[in-house]
Write a protein that binds this ligand. Sequence first.
Ligand SMILES: NC(=O)c1ccc[n+]([C@@H]2O[C@H](COP(=O)([O-])OP(=O)(O)OC[C@H]3O[C@@H](n4cnc5c(N)ncnc54)[C@H](OP(=O)(O)O)[C@@H]3O)[C@@H](O)[C@H]2O)c1
Length: 210
Amino acid sequence: MNIGVLGTGQVGGALGGRWAAGGHQVIFGVRDPADPEVRAVLARAGRGARAGSCREAMAACDTILLAIPWDQTRAVLEQAESLDGKLLIDCINPLKPDLSGLALGYTTSAAEQIAAWFPTARVVKAFNTLSAATMENPRYGDLAAHVFICGDDESAKATVHQLAVELGFEPVECGALQLARQLEPLAMLYVHLAVFQGWGGECAFRMLKR
Ligand SMILES: NC(=O)c1ccc[n+]([C@@H]2O[C@H](COP(=O)([O-])OP(=O)(O)OC[C@H]3O[C@@H](n4cnc5c(N)ncnc54)[C@H](OP(=O)(O)O)[C@@H]3O)[C@@H](O)[C@H]2O)c1
């Protein structure tokens, strides 16, 4: 599959690099392909990855991971010639700059906002409750971290489910895109525990069942 990954930071580098290593063709959408940090991400990702502009990555790929800050999202997506039918994997958390809470939320969500801006795209919320460390390695002993997935398009969710399984995660189907109103605050709880309560990034949410 051709996967566009917008951003080569902690999230883009981890998920994009692992999809490339797993055999997908990954095109990172970046501001400066010559940036040494971009070159380093490409070197780690291997032969399945290359970098271009965000516009180029979005044109070449039907599946696009949004691994950029919330406040840049609309402007970056507006660079696309067309997002008709494109699967947008939204892992964005619209955090306040001081991490004290969500800049947007509770009666809507970043995922729903993106879907409203680009109604012909297929938006799936996923991966937002995971740390970058868990994106690199989803294993916790015998268990795998859960990826909570929600969206309004069943085939788009099935694709994200498969992409998560390929990386070693256990997906949890949550329901419609509106469930992002629960998943984005859940990420806020994660940030609180990891940053302010001393848990750090080597931990992950998982449902228990019996
Ligand atoms: N880090 C986590 O543990 C984590 C977990 C779950 C979800 N998230 C979410 O994932 C997203 C990315 O987080 P991150 O931690 O990977 O951030 P990061 O390490 O700061 O990386 C951000 C990336 O976005 C790029 N970017 C910023 N503005 C851009 C623009 N206008 N056009 C093109 N690229 C642009 C940056 O490129 P430049 O180098 O050019 O600035 C960089 O590659 C955020 O929305 C965050 O809420 C993060």
